[in-house]
Design a protein. Structure first.
Lengths: 230, 116, 396
């Protein structure tokens, strides 16, 4: 579809400067290496293929997370969201998790979603930590606003990080009151929650950057729900 | 004060073994007559842990729990309220208090709290 | 007393079974066991059902009566058996006694639990109800917490190392990955859970000094066995019967603090001794064992207290591979509670089912202990205050 750039100038969100996220590598419990890197806007169609099957998975709130993430990624792709970013986790090139968020302004970050495709390996924990690292250490923001849709998320973030409850302050996603991660909380938690090594060795980086491989729908469903439906 | 500790242990009148909690009969000699005793002296830390996956009903991130033995051989479990877990060592002496250990719908529950 | 044989076993894959009710799981495992025994269209004299938490988690009681109805086994006698995590073995013990006494001939024993019905904090609280209601539970102590305190003492007394605990975890997850019934089918590496800087997230502290991978998962599942007198077993089924050669059960103080030496698992030692005495065997006669590794420390401690290794040497045995497949005494070739999973009421029954698979030589080379003839199971209730052990042998 042809895009009228004059209209786009009106409809697009004005961006602010956003330094890139430097890739890192994380060793998972099974010994495999996960590369965490920033996705490019052109990666969105590939990412949507991975997210789409999750929209119909009722288990653990994957449907609402998947549906919202799908919309957010599409919104980013169509330049309708200001300063959105997306980080992905890849093992041997295969997508194992996605996180996203955006910069509201120079000081405040808005955490959107965390979707783990490979479960049981703390992929979600590592990727959530990566996006907090991005907001605080690379985007140099003072705080990040967070909500959880699932009990798992609540446990991993609100409790683990000791997030500060913001009574009466709504997150962009609506829902229950928002929580915030401050610089202090981040650096206090960092030793036990934020890991990864940089730079990523050439071989692993090359594989990750060459292509975001996405498992087929059946495989994604099995990874999330378990092979035996458990 | 030690006398504030609402811990009643039971010393067998026949063989002297101390019991806490209550038993109807002595564990060692099966006698049924006991004298009530209360914790006395220092609380020596026998073992301890910090629990990260808590049961429903606690608002904190972790709980430090230990088992202590008082100078008069009464043993009891309690919560350890210290900031730095790495300072805890088996055999160290702690001070014992009777303070809230959890909140329930019926209100605060008091129990043994151990501090440096 | 008559000798008792196991002529049918059944199990369903353990894990998270959102679509199944507790009764669904118990019924499916029972039907598998009845079919395995050639009794799909026959009745039994009695049913024992092992379950710890239905009253709390499912708001359901009288599960044995419910199962009898579901399986149309009326008018069989039926009892529910609750002995915490040792419910399964207790239920089998009751079934064995009922047949050995001569009173019943065919008995179904099923064990099941649906722990994932509630959120994790509530499942943890449910398990914590095993602790002493006045002097332990109010403090928020959990079973992992008890294990953490026990591990600290064990390490101080015997020099047990974290590496040895991880060897148990790695071994059992490796075996679980080969077991189609296992909840956790994931290999782990020492690099991933300890050596790499990322291990602090992968394998966080759970109950100091125990970490996440020292713990078994919270599982749903069910298992069942069919028992009959040995003299009827050969007529009942073509499969080689497995004889309950011996059993034992012993208790200890409810609280850890009242044990003279909290590292001394007296109930394990006594239960094992009783089972060996009844079977006229010794630990050295056992070809394989399924021990209760709800926490990695327990596999090591139980292997010592049951008499397989000297005190303080169990960890060294794991490190040397003596408890792996092909080793001197393979332990938890099912993956154990660590990987097979621990639906509390099902576990003791599942342990027996797994030994029966071994003694019948039904498993693939990657899990089968060669020429297995004898097996041992240990089901650990509370924190070692009620323990049930079995010695099983392949009938010749």
């Amino acid at each position: 579809m042809a895009v009228d750039m004059d209209l786009e100038a009106v409809l697009r969100a004005p961006a602010i400067d956003m330094p890139p996220y430097p890739a890192k590598m994380i060793t998972l419990a099974n010994g495999k290496k996960m590369v965490v890197r920033q996705a490019a806007i052109n990666d969105v169609p590939t990412l949507l293929k991975a997210v789409k099957p999750t929209i119909e998975i009722d288990r653990d709130y994957y449907d609402i997370v998947g549906a919202r993430l799908y919309a957010e990624l599409l919104g980013w792709y169509k330049h309708r969201v200001r300063n959105e970013y997306c980080l992905v986790g890849q093992v041997d090139g295969y997508l194992v998790g996605i996180v996203n968020g955006r910069m509201v302004d120079h000081d405040i970050g808005m955490s959107y979603h965390t979707l783990a495709i490979d479960r049981g390996l703390r992929v979600g924990s590592h990727l959530f930590a990566s996006k907090m690292e991005y907001h605080i250490e690379y985007l140099k923001q003072k705080e990040v606003w967070i909500v959880a849709e699932s009990p798992i998320g609540f446990r991993r973030w609100m409790i683990e990080y000791g997030l500060i409850k913001q009574d009466g302050v709504q997150h962009e996603l609506g829902g229950a009151g928002s929580y915030k991660l401050t610089e202090k909380l981040y650096f206090d938690s960092k030793p036990r929650l934020v890991t990864g090594t940089r730079p990523v060795p050439d071989k692993e980086l090359r594989i990750a950057m060459a292509e975001i491989k996405v498992a087929d729908e059946t495989a994604i469903r099995e990874k999330i729900c378990g092979v035996k439906g458990r | 004060m030690m006398s504030d500790l609402k811990i009643t242990a039971y010393q067998c009148k026949q063989c002297g073994r101390i019991h806490y909690p209550l038993h109807e009969r002595c564990i060692d000699c099966l006698a049924t007559k006991f004298e009530e005793v209360h914790p006395e002296g220092d609380a020596k830390l026998l073992t301890f842990t910090e629990i990260y996956n808590l049961p429903w009903g606690f608002d904190v991130r972790t709980l430090k729990i230990g088992v202590v033995e008082f100078a008069n051989k009464v043993r009891a479990m309690g919560q350890i309220h210290v900031d730095d877990f790495s300072k805890l060592k088996t055999g160290m002496k702690l001070k014992a208090y009777w303070e809230p250990v959890r909140n329930t719908d019926e209100g605060e529950v008091f129990g043994l709290v151990l501090k440096e | 007393m008559r000798e008792v044989a196991i002529i049918g076993v059944g199990m369903i894959p353990f894990g998270r079974r959102d679509e199944d009710t507790l009764l669904d799981m118990l019924a499916e495992a029972s039907m598998r066991a009845l079919k395995d025994a050639g009794m799909e269209k026959k009745g039994v004299d009695a049913v024992y059902v092992a379950n710890m938490g239905a009253g709390i988690l499912q708001h359901q009681t009288s599960v044995a009566s419910a199962l009898v109805d579901r399986l149309s086994l009326m008018p069989a006698a039926a009892d529910a058996v609750e002995n915490g995590p040792a419910s399964g073995a207790s239920a089998i013990k009751n079934g064995v006694l009922a047949i050995a006494s001569g009173y019943y001939d065919f008995v179904l024993v099923a064990g099941g639990e649906k722990m994932r019905e509630v959120v994790g904090w509530k499942a943890t609280d449910f398990v914590s109800t095993m602790t002493h209601p006045e002097v332990e539970y109010p403090y928020g102590v959990t079973l992992p917490g008890m294990a953490g305190m026990f591990t600290r003492l064990y390490m101080e007394k015997y020099g047990l190392t974290r590496d040895q605990l991880m060897d148990v975890a790695i071994k059992n997850q490796k075996m679980g990955a080969l077991n189609p019934y296992a909840h956790v089918e994931m290999l782990i590496t020492k690099e991933g859970i300890a050596e790499s800087p990322d291990a602090v997230v992968n394998n966080p502290m759970a109950a100091d000094p125990l970490h996440l991978y020292d713990m078994c998962p919270v599982s749903d599942g069910a298992a069942a066995v069919v028992l009959c007198p040995l003299e009827l077993a050969q007529k009942a089924t073509e499969k080689p019967p497995v004889v309950v050669a011996g059993f034992g059960q012993a208790t200890d103080t409810h609280t850890l603090q009242e044990r003279d030496d909290p590292t001394d698992l007296k109930a394990v030692t006594l239960a094992a001794e009783q089972a060996f005495t009844m079977a006229k065997m010794e630990p050295k006669d056992i070809d394989l064992a399924e021990l209760h590794d709800a926490f990695t420390i327990l596999e090591i401690a139980e292997s010592e207290h049951a008499g397989f290794f000297k005190k303080g040497k169990g960890g060294i045995a794991v490190a040397k591979g003596e408890t792996s497949l092909g080793g001197k005494l393979p332990i938890n070739m099912s993956g154990g509670l660590k990987a097979r999973g621990h639906p509390v009421g099902a576990t003791g029954v599942a342990q027996v089912v797994d030994v029966v698979f071994q003694l019948r030589h039904e498993l693939g080379d990657n899990r089968q202990v060669k020429n297995a003839k004898t097996g041992f199971t240990l089901n650990f209730g509370g924190f070692g205050n009620n323990v049930v052990a079995f010695v099983l042998r392949r009938a010749e």
